[in-house]
Design a protein around this ligand. Structure first.
Ligand code: ACO
Length: 330
């Protein structure tokens, strides 16, 4: 058996659709206000995919940018994992559609379901597959067309989400410590607090199911908020302790982009407000794409540089959560 190998992120990319939906635009759709949305969430606008764009189209655009950033030939990719809760179809996997769109003929492909936590779960899976020798060069994507699964008559949820995709290329080797370690967790007993209950085998696609709007995302916002703050804070602390790293050594913390108040609460508990990254004002919550887009932007805008220690953390439906630590090597 091969010993574990170091794994690095060698390229990132992201894509958001052209159409921008502002808080003012939402005022014309549901009874809400820019003031209410901004003060409760920190969101100003979000991007919405065109009717003809599916999740794989967004993912493929982000993937092409990540591959170009990595400077590799697409034929070198031997693994594609797409994290999504808004797949093109039940099957085939969105990853297979992305493979076809970008021409990654040598990859084997699957989707991963961990709701908003999906990108970090996918990164951890790819990292461990590369470290074990099961893969060499992995394309990890978080992609969502959330607008399809939102009830546009429900002001409590429709204001929160946006569409988009982010991607990273992971490969064996590289300089520095690379993608070092992760602590992940789940609690299925709290599944009902955040779910899209209709359309699957539990509540099949019937007229009654559609009349009850069970095909749309449902959540108990306040409960989700509390668990998100607690779990992301705890899992960051566990990850740092497990790796003998102090929070002072970390250059940048990138949390799931669900709500600026969640992000601020975590920053306060960890005492790292000066190093907490957020772009939730521009994109709202893009679920599994949110962390991937934020990572790409933090790299491109110079927040993260070679040699920096970075901590990523997520929380989502399931409940699922996790954090990892990496040393940026590019
Ligand atoms: N505009 C105006 N008023 C609204 C809106 C809106 N868009 N939405 C709800 N309200 C009203 C409610 O009807 C309620 O009115 P009432 O007091 O007359 O009944 C009032 O505002 C307060 O509603 P709450 O839901 O209690 O508001 P809260 O302060 O908790 O904020 C929010 C709601 C923003 C959803 C918050 O709970 C939250 O961010 N939770 C986290 C959920 C989350 O991020 N989920 C995303 C998926 S999970 C993830 O990605 C981690």
């Amino acid at each position: 058996m091969q010993s574990k190998r170091r794994v690095s992120i060698i390229g990132t990319g992201s894509y958001v659709p052209e159409k921008v939906l502002t808080n003012q635009d939402l005022e014309a759709i549901v009874e809400t206000s820019d003031e209410w949305i901004y003060s409760r969430t920190g969101m100003r606008e979000r991007h919405i995919a065109a009717p003809e764009q599916a999740t794989s189209d967004l993912g493929a655009e982000a993937a092409k940018k990540a591959i170009s950033d990595a400077g590799i030939d697409v034929a070198e990719i031997d693994l594609i994992i797409v994290a999504t809760l808004s797949p093109d179809m039940f099957f085939p996997s969105t990853a297979c559609f992305v493979q076809d769109k970008i021409g990654a003929k040598n990859a084997y492909c699957f989707d991963l379901g961990a709701a908003c936590s999906g990108f970090l779960y996918a990164m951890d899976t790819a990292k461990n597959m590369i470290a074990s020798g099961a893969a060499e060069t992995a394309l990890v994507i978080g992609s969502e067309k959330m607008s399809t699964f939102i009830d546009w008559e429900d002001r409590a949820t429709c204001i929160l989400f946006g569409d988009g995709a982010g991607a990273a290329v992971l490969r064996a080797g590289g300089e520095g410590r690379g993608v070092m370690d992760a602590v992940m967790g789940s609690d299925g007993s709290l599944a009902d607090l955040l779910s899209t209950p209709g359309g699957g085998s539990r509540n099949p696609m019937t007229h009654e199911m559609l009349d009850q709007k069970m095909q749309y995302l449902q959540m108990q916002g306040r409960e989700v908020f509390k668990h998100a703050v607690t779990r992301m804070t705890e899992t960051v602390i566990s990850t740092l302790e497990k790796n003998n790293i102090s929070a002072d050594e970390v250059k940048c913390f990138i949390p799931h982009q669900a709500n600026i108040r969640i992000i601020d609460a975590i920053a306060k508990k960890l005492k790292v407000a000066d190093r907490m990254y957020s772009n939730v004002d521009k994109y709202a919550n893009t679920s599994s794409a949110a962390l991937a887009i934020a990572l790409d932007e933090a790299v491109k805008d110079g927040t993260i540089r070679k040699g920096d220690l970075v901590v990523l953390t997520v929380f989502g439906g399931g409940f699922t959560w996790g954090a990892n630590v990496l040393e940026w090597g590019k």
